[in-house]
Write a protein that binds this ligand. Structure first.
Ligand SMILES: C[S@@+](CC[C@H](N)C(=O)[O-])C[C@H]1O[C@@H](n2cnc3c(N)ncnc32)[C@H](O)[C@@H]1O
Length: 225
């Protein structure tokens, strides 16, 4: 088991509560935006990579309806167990424990792919992007939602303050300070928007659109095959 997998196994029971508290509920809005930008029709096929506890997956399921088919894939068992519990009303969802770097479906299986706060955590970003490209139908879209690199020095300072003075102390109340300490370095190591665009293009995608949220604290990137 990798360190990242072990980390998400540990934080799974508190993950949703902390997400709500740490983003003031805004992560629901950003996830809905990610789903909307896929522009999937009812009945479509969709994949939510690194689905965690599955809230984004359920939004995809609402979008495509019962005629559609949605796969939520994550390599950690604990978040997937929570995801399964919340999806009683969505028979169109299939939960799968697996690796985003080697997804067990054939080429061109999905019309849309989401990856929320996941790409930053995978061991090989170019490989994850190649998998997304392979799995999409021609002209299919992938939407990446994650932390990003703020556009001004003031916002960069705010992001560092927010992560170190708000996120980690809040996580400490639940005994998870060390687990949330990794966020700041992981965001620093995550590709900047121009580098991410380049990586997405190198994976084969035809077009890339980058939408900063809150001055670039977060971003949604839409890649079209
Ligand atoms: C920060 S959570 C995001 C969960 C959910 N998408 C959300 O937005 O709330 C990142 C997830 O990525 C998963 N993950 C990281 N690397 C992975 C990989 N190579 N394959 C599958 N899942 C992976 C972790 O297990 C974790 O559940």
């Amino acid at each position: 088991m990798t360190d990242i997998q072990a980390l998400f196994e540990r934080i799974a029971p508190l993950y949703d509560r902390l997400n709500d508290q740490l983003s003031f509920g805004l992560h629901h809005v950003w996830k809905q935006m990610a789903v909307d930008w896929l522009q999937l029709p009812a009945g479509a096929t969709a994949l939510d990579l690194c689905c965690g506890t599955g809230d984004l997956t359920c939004m995809l399921a609402r979008r495509v309806g019962r005629q559609g088919w949605v796969v939520g894939l994550d390599f950690a068992a604990a978040p997937l167990a929570i995801a399964r519990q919340r999806s009683d009303h969505y028979p169109q969802i299939e939960w799968l424990q697996g690796d985003a770097l080697a997804v067990p479906f054939g080429d061109q299986t999905f019309q849309g792919i989401t990856i929320g706060y996941g790409l930053r955590n995978v061991a090989d970003i170019p490989q994850a992007l190649k998998e997304m490209f392979r799995l999409l139908v021609p002209a299919g879209r992938a939407v990446i939602l994650d932390f990003s690199h703020p556009q001004t020095p003031a916002l960069q300072q705010f992001q560092q303050w927010y992560l170190q003075q708000w996120v980690v102390p809040t996580a400490r109340q639940y005994g998870l300070a060390a687990e949330y300490d990794y966020l700041w370095p992981s965001i620093q190591a995550f590709p900047t928007p121009p580098t991410l665009r380049e990586l997405i293009q190198q994976a084969g995608f035809e077009s890339v659109k980058h939408y900063p949220l809150l001055g670039g604290l977060m971003a949604i990137t839409v890649a079209q095959k």
